[in-house]
Design a protein around this ligand. Structure first.
Ligand SMILES: NC(=O)c1ccc[n+]([C@@H]2O[C@H](COP(=O)([O-])OP(=O)(O)OC[C@H]3O[C@@H](n4cnc5c(N)ncnc54)[C@H](O)[C@@H]3O)[C@@H](O)[C@H]2O)c1
Ligand SMILES: O=c1ccn([C@@H]2O[C@H](COP(=O)(O)OP(=O)(O)O[C@H]3O[C@H](CO)[C@@H](O)[C@H](O)[C@H]3O)[C@@H](O)[C@H]2O)c(=O)[nH]1
Length: 431
């Protein structure tokens, strides 16, 4: 089938490449010409395992092309909207300018019977508002939210846990054809109305964020009682009704989705006069931000009350491993707070260094882990990359660092091993 994908950022680039890989003829369109140039050369403008190969394959096969001209969307049967919906500059609501502009710009290029499929995460009520314009040219709108995780984006797109389509039965059948490989493996395919489809997306992210903040709240209690939150998470996680995933206590969630999506959800609920129904999300956000402060406090405490002029090796910059994304990264928040307290911060990350350097030029950077560790008075692990979590021994670190203080912002190190090697180990909610 012929498809267009409007917006080739993170979500759109992955979606376009994945759709070409399952046999569709895809044109990806973005206003950012540099992005389009890179993608057309088979190169992702960000780090995502497996994506470069998929892009190169798609481009070489002739099934995948990229353009900065919306007119090139003409002729596609389904047009996916994958533009950004960032937090507005002066509030919590989602900024819908890009979605509005993409849909409006697309209208002259639509033919009767075309389907416009919204993939961007939007406040409930957006699809109903946009439908009128789409229908005015004889096309049909569906909302088809995306649940992929960065770092596993290709796998999540080709084999999703579920597909949700809000809209009419005919359009849903066309989307069944689009996602034929998932449909063939009996992936749950949920057809519903616009509001439900939009809400499924934000509810899923709100639930995940709540689960993380729940365990981080338990970490706060563990800190004043001598309990160990990782053992607590294991123990409650054995209950199948609870499950162990997303019970990783530490410096909390960041990235381009969870933080902005729970804020936009709160803002939308308030607009609808139902702010109190999701008022707990404000607490989820507050708990999450407190954990970053806690990590900073642990470094200060570990260094005897002040970080001023102390060299602190910050291991990690990305908001999570297997990504170079630094949007709302808790790792960089901890680094900039330490810098603000007068520490000589040296940040390293296997993938996100360039992005971090561009956005936070005031920090110092080390090209690799060992360079960051050299001469450090304290070490803080803020992104649980394998090269810090699994491949760094306390003996090796001791051979490079000046001090023996390690703050484990992701509870990813073995406390006993580090303590046995002479380190002061400080975890998040662990004695
Ligand atoms: N990143 C993820 O893992 C993920 C997962 C699921 C859902 N989402 C949602 O998908 C949407 C996109 O997220 P993202 O992370 O890809 O954002 P992004 O900022 O990486 O990409 C957005 C892209 O849209 C382009 N764009 C903006 N206006 C345009 C227009 N009028 N025409 C064409 N292109 C335009 C931008 O140039 C940019 O490349 C958001 O709503 C987000 O919440 C993201
Ligand atoms: O136990 C955990 C699990 C995650 N995190 C943090 O939570 C954040 C988000 O992680 P994750 O959800 O894996 O990353 P995203 O790629 O942002 O994916 C989320 O946001 C996407 C965009 O909406 C959705 O599509 C995905 O389903 C949803 O998981 C990261 O900072 C993680 O470090 C924790 O602190 N503890």
């Amino acid at each position: 089938m012929k498809l267009s994908v409007i917006g080739c950022g993170y979500l759109g680039a992955v979606h376009a490449a994945a759709m070409a890989s399952i046999g569709h003829e895809v044109v990806g369109i973005d206003v950012d010409e540099r992005k389009i140039e890179a993608l057309a050369a088979g190169k992702a403008p960000f780090f995502e395992p497996g994506l470069d190969e998929l892009l190169a394959e798609g481009v070489a096969s002739g099934r995948l092309r990229f353009s900065s001209d919306l007119a090139d969307a003409a002729g596609a049967a389904v047009h996916f909207i994958a533009v950004g919906t960032p937090q507005t500059k002066d509030g919590d609501a989602a900024d819908l300018r890009f979605v509005n502009a993409a849909v409006e710009g697309l209208l002259p290029h639509l033919a009767p019977g075309d389907i416009v499929a919204g993939k961007s995460t939007v406040p409930v009520g957006t699809a109903a508002r946009l439908a009128e314009a789409v229908e005015s040219v004889g096309a049909e709108l569906v909302w088809n939210p995306e649940f992929l995780r960065e770092g596993w984006a290709v796998e999540d797109t080709v084999s999703p846990d579920r597909i949700v389509v809000g809209g009419g039965a005919r359009a849903a059948d066309v989307l069944r054809e689009v996602y034929h490989t998932a449909v063939a493996t009996e992936t749950p395919f949920i057809v519903t109305n616009y509001a439900t489809a939009e809400l499924v997306k934000v509810a899923a992210n709100a639930f995940l964020a709540t689960k993380i903040s729940f365990i981080n709240a338990m970490a706060e209690i563990a800190e004043v009682t001598g309990a160990d939150v990782t053992q607590l998470a294991d123990a409650i996680g054995h209950d199948n009704r609870i499950g162990r995933r997303f019970l990783g206590a530490g410096i909390g969630f960041g990235g381009g989705c969870l933080p902005k999506d729970i804020r936009a959800f709160s803002a939308r609920a308030e607009e609808l006069g139902r702010g109190e129904s999701v008022s707990f999300l404000r607490e989820v956000d507050a708990i999450n931000l407190r954990r970053r402060e806690r990590a900073v406090q642990l470094v200060v405490d570990g260094l005897g009350g002040s970080v001023h002029r102390k060299r602190v090796a910050v291991l990690g910059a990305a908001f999570k491993p297997h990504s170079d994304d630094i949007r709302d990264s808790p790792a960089l928040d901890v680094a900039t707070r330490l810098h603000g307290l007068g520490a000589d911060v040296v940040v390293t990350d296997p993938a996100a260094l360039e992005n971090a350097r561009r956005v936070h030029p005031q920090l110092d950077y080390a090209a690799d882990r060992d360079e960051a560790l050299r001469g450090a008075d304290a070490v803080v692990v803020v992104t649980e990359w394998d090269e810090y979590r699994r491949q760094l021994s306390p003996e090796h670190a001791a051979g490079l660092a000046a001090g023996r203080v390690v703050v484990d912002g992701r509870n990813c190190l073995d406390a006993d091993t580090w303590r046995a090697a002479g380190w002061t180990y400080l975890g998040m909610g662990r004695p």
